[in-house]
Design a protein around this ligand. Structure first.
Ligand SMILES: [Zn+2]
Length: 73
């Protein structure tokens, strides 16, 4: 995934429109890319993310991954 793709996917992810199959590639990119991680952090926050998780019932593993990324950003 390129940074450009990651930025596009982030917006869909935050609005809950990103297909589940793209969640992991996006999170992997955020894990590897400080620039995108910072962008993601600025674009969202834990509360928004957790609200979306509850709404879309993301797997616990995914919630943990995002919480960890946000905590390390
Ligand atoms: Zn990036």
């Amino acid at each position: 995934m390129t940074c450009e793709d990651a930025h596009l996917n982030m917006h869909d992810y935050i609005s809950g429109e990103l297909a589940a199959e793209y969640h992991r590639p996006l999170l992997d990119h955020l894990d590897e890319c400080p620039n995108c991680r910072e962008f993601f952090k600025q674009t969202t926050n834990i509360q928004t993310t957790m609200r979306d998780f509850m709404q879309y019932e993301a797997p616990f593993e995914l919630q943990t991954a995002v919480s960890s990324i946000l905590a390390n950003a």
